[in-house]
Design a protein around this ligand. Sequence first.
Ligand code: GRF
Length: 203
Amino acid sequence: RRVVVLISGNGSNLQALIDAQSYGELGGEIVAVISNKADAYGLQRARDAGIDAVVLPHIEYDSREAFDGALIKVIERHEPDLIVLAGFMRILTPMFVHRFHGRLLNIHPSLLPDYQGLNTHARALADGCTEHGVSVHFVTEELDGGPVVMQAVLKLCEGDTEESIIDRIHAREHLIYPIAVRWFLEGRLQLGPKGPVLDGMPL
Ligand code: GRF
């Protein structure tokens, strides 16, 4: 089974997937990493792992549609079973999302449906939440609104700051993303007509 990973930055989640693959625990192979930013450190992580690293700068395209059209072409050249968004900081067009419906996973740093969008940690802390966390979800047209597949909770304590929680947030992302990807690649996880299904049971 073939996986394409889309990134824009550091790529620590990509690294977690690469590590899982190297332990034989991913259930498939990352065949390409695509970044919309040439200076994304994740590109180096891909090269170090011997994975095809592709830069597709969005600034070279006049519109979101033109960029997404080019992105679709690059992705399809690699014939993936699954496309994994791992810190890919671009809003995708409906055309893109439809093309890969049911084959597109994202990780978001909140307990969805709470705190869609950006600055999730700051907002959760400002609201005095006692629980925060991370979510893996299928991507649909609604930004960060697709059906949730897996979550990991982080208990917040008094005095916690963005700085004090960021490593614990990342640790949870790195723990659950490879599991969700593996479930998908092993055919255990699908997006059915009524939502995600795991081992034949609705989630
Ligand atoms: C993660 O926090 C993820 O939840 C969000 O973007 C960040 C990417 O981090 N979508 P990295 O590039 O994987 O280190």
